[in-house]
Structures are given as C-alpha cells and as structure tokens.
Design a protein around this ligand. Sequence first.
Ligand SMILES: *Cc1c(COP(=O)(O)O)cnc(C)c1O
Length: 414
Amino acid sequence: MRVKRTLPPAAAPIPLNDIFCGIQGLQQGPAAIENFKADIRKKFQVRHCFLVSSGKAALTLILHALHRFSPERDEVLIPAFTCYSVPSAIVRAGLKPRLGDVDPATLDFDFDDLPGRLSPKEKLLAVVSPHLFGLPANIAKMRELLKDSGAVVIEDTAQAMGGEFDGKPLGTLGDIGFFSLGRGKAFSTVEGGLIVTNSDRLAEALQLVIQEFVGQSRFRPVKLAAYALALSGLTNPAFFWLPKSLPGLKLGETIYDPGFPIKAYSPFQAGLARNWKRRIASFQSVRRENVRYWTKTLGRFPWLEPVSGASQHSERPLPLLRLPVRVKNSRLRDAVLDVSERRGLGIMPSYPAPVDEIKELGLSNKGEVFPGARQCAACLLTFPVHGFVSPDDRRRITAGLETVRSADSVPVSA
Ligand SMILES: *Cc1c(COP(=O)(O)O)cnc(C)c1O
C-alpha cells in the first residue's frame, strides 16, 4: 500500500461549505429540489427537467418512457466503447443494446460504420450518443442520419455537465439529454441523475414513468451526508491513497450490473448543488488550463497522442473531465500505468474492454467486430486535469513519462 500523495483520475470536490448547504436543503425539503430544477431550466434553456438517483437511473427512465410510445421498438444503439452503466440501463429497461463502432480519433461513433447499424430501423428505439470525457459528440450529424427513422437521439452527457458545442449546452442538442452527478463526474452531488428536454410529450411520459418506478427511502439523506463528508476529504490527493487501497470500493472500475436502485433525488443533494454554476465555472477554468498544458507538453512524447476530437474545437481548450490520450502500443501503455500506480500520478486506463465482450450481454455470438472500440480499450489512457493537479504534480507526471521513454529505448530482450 502506498501512503503518499496520490492523484485521483478525476475530481469535482465537494467543499464543506456545500455540505452545510446540503443540510439546509434537507431542512427546506422538496422546495430545495424545485429551486435546483428551476435554476437548471433557466441555465440550460429547457422546458423540462427531472432529478433522480443516478445517471443510469435517468437513462432507464427515459427508455421506459420512449418505449411506451413505440412498444414495437426494443433496440437501443450505443457505441461499443462506452461506460458499462449504459448497457446496464438498457437491460434494466427491458430492452436490447445494439452496438456501433467507435472512431478512436474522436471517441464518437464511427460515422462510416454507422449507416449499416441503423437497420433494421423498425426495431430501433433510440441512439445514445456519449460526450466521453467531455469531448462533444456530433449530435447534429446523428440527428440528420436518424431524421426519418422514428428513433430518438439521447445525449449521454454524464461526463460533460457544463460543456458546450457551438455555444449551446451539451445535453440540449439531442431530443433528450441526461447527466450524472455521481463521483468522478464533471459536477457531483455524491450521486444523482439529471434529465433535460424541450419535448412536452416526452416530459409528460417521463412524469408518469417516474411516479411508477421511483422509490423513496427515508434514511438516505443520512447516508448521503456521510458519503459527502467522506468524499470531501478523501478525494484530496493527500488522502486519496486510502479509498484507493480499499478493494471493496471498486474505485475506477466500470461495472455491468442492471440491478442498480432507482430512487428519488434528495433535498440534501439539491442543497449540495446550491453553488453548482459557480463550481462548474471554476472547475472548467482549471480543466481547460490543464488540457492546454498537457496538449502542449505531451508533444515531447511522440508515442503519446491526445485525442483531440474533431478539429472544430481547437481554438480554445475544452474543459475535459480527463484528457484521453492514445498510446502507441499496449506495452508502452502498461509501462505508463505501472509508473503511475507506483508514483500516484492519476493516469488511468479507460473502459477495460468493448461492450461486446461483456459476457452477460451475450452479444459475442453475433460475430460482429468493433476494431475501433477494441483499439480504444487497448490503447487509451487518461491524464488528470482537475483542480488538485499542482505544478509539482505536473512535473512528477512528466518525470514519470520520461522513465518510460528511457525504458523503451532498452532492447526488449534485456
Ligand atoms: C457515469 C456514466 C453514466 C452513468 O452515470 P451514473 O450516475 O454513474 O449512473 C452513463 N454514461 C456515461 C458515459 C458515464 O460516464
């Protein structure tokens, strides 16, 4: 066990002051939730917004609502490289995931591969387009492709709250969008899921689905408050070694499990979120600065290549959640992970395998291949860009990379 400064891969710290606001939220009750919602509608310029216990719960409820309109459609297209919560939510909603390949240069769908994946279109209920690590997916192109298909575009903005594309907030570009307020996301209230849409019809259906599926639990605020306190201390690099060394917490693991709870959002969480606009703005400005720094600094390592997405957003660095970087081969990648683990540098792999390799989904027998997704799983690393990354951490990370480079020049036989 390493009892030393250890960077978390991502962090949206919850200051003690926000926990105090959380307690006030608890005293206020449902009004705290209504205030948070009104604030979101205004900022995102949307007519409807819903809060539930997690991003995956949000996606499940969206899918239930959509399925009521089109009971004959039971397939949902997702990228073969994404968070395992996404197929978990689809299965939880009683539907089937359909996979499309991913372009390793953008982490968006591979649009050359996509047209074939859209048929049979009579079965296709929706497409889930994720803005992975905060890189904007091409929602306009997806909408264009789906125009006459009857399928809906769901924006998975779990990792990109506060991000924009073309001056419009991510999450509002598709027919409906959801966000995660879980730990390790762009903004966190310990856990939580947020849904936004401008469609009255969808909102009405969602309202009914929420009444039907969302359970209450009386003692949750106490648990959440304890969790918020723990998080506010333990995401600090001085203490992060502790939760990281507890295997029971499964930090950084992405898990396929359709058995997750679907619960109400708590007034305590709405209170925690009181300063959300200010917090997001300050998180974003550090993230942009660190993205700018790494994009420049990593130029010294020709075997590392930051995933820049489409060149359309190169003028101003994006406020990414974590900077995704492609490593030339998996041997170098393992060497970087090894040094990061030993020195606590916060460099982490992304998802361990493409979605088609999740055994429980039983998709492997279809014989489809997703080379782009496979490549992402094998060669992607993410660099930390959050506000805990100090100038000294930047130096430690760069020095760590240098040891890998010199190790790499040693013949493999040595
Ligand atoms: C985290 C995440 C989710 C699920 O959000 P939870 O709040 O953890 O349930 C969905 N999609 C992506 C891309 C995510 O990163």
